[in-house]
Design a protein around this ligand. Structure first.
Ligand code: NAG
Ligand code: NAG
Length: 630
């Protein structure tokens, strides 16, 4: 689909003379070098996580990696998407980890697997499934039987998928990572050993490594696993490994497991976008020293749906990560080279034979789509609130409702009058829009250092509605990461008990109502009121292009905050505060006629439109909900 020559199956190349291929492959090392099938192998790596890239584009992203001179792809796997409910595994679509490694093999490249259970990655809870919260005595990332049991089951399933892709079976996977930057948070050797055993059971005979920041190498290392440092500034970082680690079983070639190119973005009216930075000098230096590396991120992609996590957290404000995981990466969110690409390529080309680097495939620009109307289609809330759905005496956290992502509407019918500030025992998790009888009273949000106060006055029979949005679990959070309402709700200090109802909007990610999207003709009688309830809008646009030539950035002028679907794909969140101002729409997901569904959480009367831009912008707007907050 993209205009380029196809050069699959070129085969792996090595810096030194290529060894004869054995029937079963081997990957080993001595103090200074890696050996693939007994020939010296330099890892010139970059990270792409398949679960942030449309599957239709996997091959193109790998071509771009190879055309920059990379020979090895590092990938995190996100457990939460692979096992969305306990024991229910999904290896389809972007979770098809076998197909991903087949694509790497087809590209003639090698792979380093970073399967978790915990991966950080600016992912919701670092990739851990939200349902872990519901298992009694669970203690994540610890020598804890419930955690290790659940992890071992997940790893075993991934292992079944990847059996044919291990180097020992002549596949591309050379190495498997144990934990992820564990040295920052602990040094429990029993935990690391138990996890290592589970990984050996899942990926038999595949060599392992640990990956830690320079200051945490000693606490993170595991005897027998290669110790690898990560981070920016490899000139200072790489030599730290041999100062920190003395155990010869963890010493070997020096590698920067994550050369941080720049940084991720967080939502906020003052949060900027981290643009591409030039790390070509570091790359050149590492190759000249005979060191190994992986660029983080070579290509970041998109946290489609609700995949983005957050930083910070109780008692500090949370800082949710944007839908875009562009990361200022070498290959931008859409798979096109950033300004740094050619400099990186030149730096690598100094050290390897020119014939081993293919030409850069040419790529079409993105398309623009003229403005098209968005018309009110359906209300979000159910029309009858007289009988509570999923009733209980006290509000239940999202996970207790079998919901991991999205929004939950909590309803409470007052039996007596109360008035004053609305408070939640454990604060907003993470963003609470407060309604009384369908009229919006204000917003409480965990992104504010000093939250706003929302005052309400309830009479008997009034219906209090709390629409609670999960903005992403803290990616390295050890504290309670349950979402929704956790604890009690009080008005004027008076705890509201009895008559609570719950409606889940998983929006494609499950929940008590299954996250169903509105269907049918719609439109009739949907009234958009100032300060009213959330509304679904619908729009249709035509497209005459294919593949990457159909890619576009969807912009929603006048929108405050919400979620967008195109042809049933949850593209993720938009939020006027920025810095992200458009959502990436992969052309591969478009047809001739395309349906856009927009859930606007804070609708205003008046005409709405959407349009597609060929060139994106980054920027911020004031937060319309920060009334008395800071
Ligand atoms: C699960 O945990 C129990 C202890 O609670 C332990 O006896 C059992 O061996 C564990 N199973 C696995 C598969 O790790
Ligand atoms: C949770 O929801 C999933 C998906 O609808 C379902 O398969 C599973 O049985 C549910 N679990 C419970 C405990 O209700």
């Amino acid at each position: 689909m993209y205009a380029s020559s196809v050069w699959l199956g070129v085969g792996a190349w090595c810096l030194a003379s290529a060894g004869a291929f054995a029937a079963a492959g081997s990957f080993t090392w001595d103090r200074n070098n890696f050996y693939l099938n007994d020939a010296k192998y330099t890892i010139i790596g970059g990270q792409i996580d398949p679960q942030r890239v449309p599957r239709e584009y996997w091959g193109q992203r790998l071509q771009m990696a190879k055309a920059m001179g990379l020979n090895t792809i590092f990938s995190y796997l996100y457990w939460q998407d692979i096992e969305p409910y306990p024991g229910q595994f999904d290896f389809t679509g972007m979770n098809d980890v076998a197909a991903w490694h087949q694509a790497i093999k087809d590209a003639g490249m090698k792979a380093v697997l970073r399967p978790g259970p915990y991966v950080c990655a600016e992912r919701d809870w670092g990739g851990l499934p939200g349902w872990l919260n519901q298992i009694p005595n669970m203690k994540i990332r610890s020598n804890n039987a419930p955690f290790l049991n659940a992890s071992a089951k997940y790893l075993a399933k991934v292992g079944e998928q990847l059996r044919d892709y291990l180097v020992t079976n002549d596949g591309p996977i050379l190495l498997v990572q144990v934990e992820n930057e564990y040295g920052y948070v602990g040094n429990d050797m029993n935990y690391k050993r138990a996890l290592s055993d589970a990984l050996f059971a899942a990926f038999p005979k595949i060599k392992q490594y640990t990956n830690d920041g320079a200051s945490a190498l000693k606490s993170g290392y595991l005897p027998g696993a290669l110790s690898v440092v990560d981070g920016s500034g490899p000139k200072n970082g790489i030599p730290e490994r041999d100062k920190a680690i003395t155990d010869p079983t963890s010493l070997g070639p020096l590698m920067d497991g994550e050369v941080w190119i720049t940084w991720f973005d967080t939502w906020g009216p003052k949060s900027g976008h981290a643009g591409a930075a030039d790390a070509s000098g570091d790359i050149d230096w590492m190759l000249s020293q005979g060191y190994h590396f992986s660029i983080y991120m070579f290509h970041g992609g998109t946290s489609f749906g609700f995949g983005g996590g957050s930083g910070g957290g109780s008692p500090n404000p949370i800082t949710p990560f944007t839908t875009s995981y562009d990361y200022g990466a070498v290959l931008d969110e859409t798979g096109r080279p950033a300004s740094t690409y050619s400099r990186m390529r030149s730096a690598i080309a100094k050290h390897i034979p020119a014939s081993s680097i293919p030409a850069i495939p040419s790529l079409p620009p993105l398309q623009s789509i003229p403005s098209f109307p968005l018309t009110p289609f359906a209300p979000l809330f159910p029309t009858t609130t007289t009988t509570p759905t999923n009733p209980s005496d006290t509000p239940l956290p999202m996970e207790a409702l079998n919901q991991t992502f999205g929004l939950t509407l909590y309803t409470h019918t007052a039996t007596t009058s109360s008035s004053g500030a609305l408070t939640l025992t454990n604060g907003p998790r993470d963003r609470v829009i407060v309604y009384v009888n369908g009229a919006r009273k204000g917003v409480l949000d965990g992104i504010y250092r000093r939250p706003a106060t929302v005052n309400v006055a309830l009479q008997a029979g009034d219906v209090l509605g709390l629409l609670v949005e999960n903005l992403g679990r803290v990616d390295n959070g050890f504290t309670d990461q349950r979402k929704g309402v956790v604890g009690d709700v009080a008005v004027g200090g008076r705890v509201l008990r009895g008559g609570w109802g719950h409606v889940g909007f998983g929006l494609g990610f499950g929940g008590p109502e299954g996250g169903v999207l509105p269907e049918g003709e719609g439109g009739d009688g949907v009234v958009v009121r100032e300060g009213g309830e959330p509304v679904w809008y619908k729009g249709v646009f035509a497209n005459g292009k294919e593949g990457m030539a159909a890619d576009t950035f969807l912009e929603l002028p006048g929108g405050v905050k919400g979620v967008v679907f195109v042809n049933g794909h949850n593209l993720g969140r938009y939020w006027t505060i920025g810095p992200q101002q458009q959502l990436f729409v992969p052309g591969a997901w478009l047809k001739e006629t395309n349906e856009v569904l927009v859930l606007e959480l804070e609708p205003k009367p008046g005409d709405r439109v959407a349009r597609g831009l060929a060139v994106r912008t980054w920027g911020n707007n004031p937060d319309p909900d920060c009334n008395g907050c800071s």
